[in-house]
Design a protein around this ligand. Structure first.
Ligand code: ZN
Length: 364
């Protein structure tokens, strides 16, 4: 097993193309071809976590937050970022971050939070836009099924709970192979017409390379006729925040008690509401206040996130219960999520959950 194998695993689960522009995800320290037998999972990669990884013999740390975020101009131990990176390099430990790309997928950070509250009817709060492509290609009708199967196998044609989606229509294609062509059908120097299918499928942007490769490998023509269109459609499987429903509506006080209990909170900050019951819940791990408008227009009774500033609490205007769980607290189950999934998917390496408490905030 190499670091590259872990990288391609996350490319499939939490594609880096879904990360925010400001983010810095992927392999931040280390080499792709380095071997891995033990991986340590943590919310943050700190000096303490690097030391823990060394003591456990781990060659790689997978963290949610990227230690390298704002850029680093020198490595002389000047701050905790430099010291963490220096220590990882010296100890030959790779650092891999899956941050806003893991926030964006529907099986990521927010799903885990929603599960803690037993929310049902889950959907992405602000669905990603411009992350879907339409692929149109032309293929001899007799090869249509085989080629369509191949692009489906590569991940195209998945819409919500429906797979193998596609549309095709029949028609006639024509081409004129020149003297250097090597046509599968027809002969050089003669206009050819063929009974063809026009096939249309959709796919997420990050699968473009894989789907195109499958198309080209399975299509009989020397030159495959195809084109891609970027779609404005929302992608229901990715985006920011999550929306769900409690099994039963709760009084505000009972809901707050449930949140405190499920997230192990000593205290929580929240706004005044007009005493309505809580059933529809919006949430976003980490700094998710930018989604307040989405939570309101989705009709959420409560919106749970973190890093809310004083004046931002005013913005709720009593229209929903706005709650600040604390950044670490809201995302504390993220490392568990990665740990649980990797433990199942990588039975041949040791996947360990960090015991280091990285939260820099204390309450008294
Ligand atoms: Zn965070």
């Amino acid at each position: 097993m190499k670091i590259a194998d872990i990288l391609s695993y996350f490319d499939a689960w939490a594609p880096p193309s879904l990360a925010e522009d400001y983010d810095n995800v992927g392999l931040l320290v280390g080499k792709k071809d380095a071997p891995v037998s033990k991986v340590l999972i943590s919310l943050d990669a700190t000096e303490e976590v690097v030391a823990e990884a060394e003591s456990l013999g781990c060659e790689l740390i997978v963290s949610h937050h990227p230690i390298l975020f704002r850029g680093l101009k020198r490595l002389n131990g000047q701050n905790y970022v430099a010291r963490t990176v220096e220590s990882a390099i010296r100890k030959n430990i790779g650092l891999l971050a899956v941050h806003t790309n893991l926030d964006a997928v529907h099986t990521g950070v927010n799903r885990k939070m929603a599960e803690r509250l037993n929310l049902g009817n889950l959907q992405i709060l602000r669905k990603a836009k411009s992350k879907l492509l339409q692929l149109t290609f032309f293929v001899p009708s007799e090869n249509r099924a085989a080629v369509l199967n191949a692009v489906h196998d590569a991940g195209a044609g998945q819409i919500g709970h429906y797979s193998q989606c596609g549309f095709f229509s029949e028609g006639t294609g024509q081409f004129f192979p020149d003297a250097e062509a090597n046509p599968k059908l027809g002969i050089r120097g003669r206009l050819e017409t063929v009974q063809e299918s026009r096939v249309e499928v959709i796919l997420p942007v990050h699968l473009k390379g894989k789907v195109l490769q499958a198309l080209q490998e399975h299509h009989p023509y020397e030159e495959v006729p195809y084109f891609f269109h970027l779609l404005e459609n929302e992608w229901q499987d990715a985006g920011a925040g999550m929306l769900g429903e409690l099994p039963d509506a709760l009084e505000k006080e009972d809901f707050i008690r449930l949140v405190k209990q499920q997230f192990g909170l000593q205290m929580v900050r929240f706004t005044k509401t007009a005493g309505r019951e809580i059933r529809k819940v919006a949430l976003c791990g980490g700094s998710g206040f930018f989604l307040l408008g989405d939570a309101l227009s989705a009709g959420a009774d409560a919106f749970l996130t973190a890093d809310i500033k004083y004046h931002e609490f005013f913005d709720a205007e009593g229209r929903l219960l706005l709650m600040d769980l604390g950044h670490f607290e809201s995302e504390q189950f993220t490392s568990e999520l990665i740990f649980e999934k990797m433990s199942i998917d990588f039975p041949n390496i040791a996947v360990l959950l960090s015991k280091t408490k990285t939260n820099p905030v204390f309450y008294a």
